[in-house]
Design a protein around this ligand. Structure first.
Ligand SMILES: O=P(O)(O)OC[C@H]1O[C@H](OP(=O)(O)OP(=O)(O)O)[C@H](O)[C@@H]1O
Ligand SMILES: O=c1cc[nH]c(=O)[nH]1
Ligand SMILES: [Mg+2]
Length: 210
C-alpha cells in the first residue's frame, strides 16, 4: 500500500457504521455490525497482497493459477476492543497467525499501560496487520507497533474503524511506514480524548461494560 491513510467509503461500510454510532444500538447488534464491517475492511486492507502462481489441474486443463506469496500473515489484536475486529478479519484469512498486545489507556495520563504481549514467530517474514477499532490520540497504536517492530516485524498495516486527525498525525510521525485503513476519519478529540462524533467507548459497547 502506498497511501498512509485509506478511508473506506463503501456504502455498506458507511451504513453499518452509522448503525454502530447510534447510542440506541444494543451490545449484541454492535458486535454483529463490527464483525460484518471487519470483513469489508479486511477485503480492503488485503487488496495489494503479493501474489505468485502455482500449477494446478482444473477438470479441463493445466493452468498457472494465482495464489498468495510468502509466509502466512500475522494479525495482532490490541486488547480488548481489537478482538471485535479480529474475529471478522480472521474469518476472511483463517490461516493467519494471531498475536495479542494487551494495553489500556490510562484515563488521566492517556498513556497506554501494557499488561500482555504474545506474538507469532518470524514476524520479520510476515505481513502483520494490527487491529484496533479506535485510533484516538494514537498513543496505544504507536506503543503496540513499537512492541511489534521490536519483535522484528517490518511490513505492518494498521486497521481501525474510526480515526481522529490527532491519532493519524501521531502515527504518521512515529510510524510513517505503516499504512492505516479506516472506515472514517472523524472530526476531532474531545477534552477526554474521545473521538467526536465517534461511537463512545468501543470496548464497553462491545462487551456491555461501563
Ligand atoms: O489512541 P488512544 O488514545 O490510545 O485510544 C485508543 C485506545 O483506547 C481504546 O482502548 P481502551 O484503553 O479503552 O481499552 P479496552 O480496549 O480494554 O477497552 C481503544 O480500543 C484503543 O486501544
Ligand atoms: O472515542 C474513543 C477513544 C478511545 N477509546 C474508545 O473506545 N473510544
Ligand atoms: Mg475501552
Amino acid at each position: 500500500m502506498t497511501d498512509h491513510l485509506t478511508v473506506v467509503n463503501h456504502p455498506l461500510v458507511q451504513h453499518k457504521l452509522t448503525l454502530m454510532r447510534d447510542k440506541k444500538t444494543s451490545t449484541n447488534s454492535f458486535r454483529q455490525l463490527l464483525r460484518e464491517i471487519s470483513l469489508l475492511l479486511a477485503y480492503e486492507i488485503t487488496r495489494e497482497l503479493e501474489m505468485t502462481t502455482r500449477t494446478i489441474q482444473t477438470p479441463l486443463c493445466e493452468m498457472e493459477a494465482p495464489i498468495l506469496e510468502g509466509k502466512k500473515l500475522a494479525l495482532v489484536s490490541i486488547l480488548r476492543a481489537g478482538n471485535g475486529l479480529l474475529d471478522g478479519v480472521l474469518e476472511l484469512i483463517p490461516a493467519a497467525r494471531v498475536g495479542f498486545v494487551g494495553l489500556y489507556r490510562d484515563p488521566e495520563t492517556l498513556q497506554p499501560v501494557e499488561y500482555y504481549c504474545k506474538l507469532p514467530a518470524n514476524l520479520d517474514e510476515r505481513l502483520t496487520i494490527v487491529v484496533d477499532p479506535m485510533l484516538a490520540t494514537g498513543n496505544s497504536s504507536v506503543a503496540a507497533i513499537d512492541l511489534i517492530k521490536a519483535k522484528g516485524a517490518k511490513n505492518i498495516r494498521f486497521l481501525c474503524l474510526l480515526a481522529a486527525p490527532e491519532g493519524v498525525a501521531r502515527m504518521r510521525e512515529a510510524h510513517p511506514d505503516v499504512p492505516i485503513v479506516t472506515a472514517s476519519l472523524d472530526e476531532k478529540l474531545d477534552d477526554h480524548a474521545y473521538i467526536v462524533p465517534g461511537l463512545g467507548d468501543a470496548g464497553d459497547r462491545m462487551f456491555g461494560t461501563k
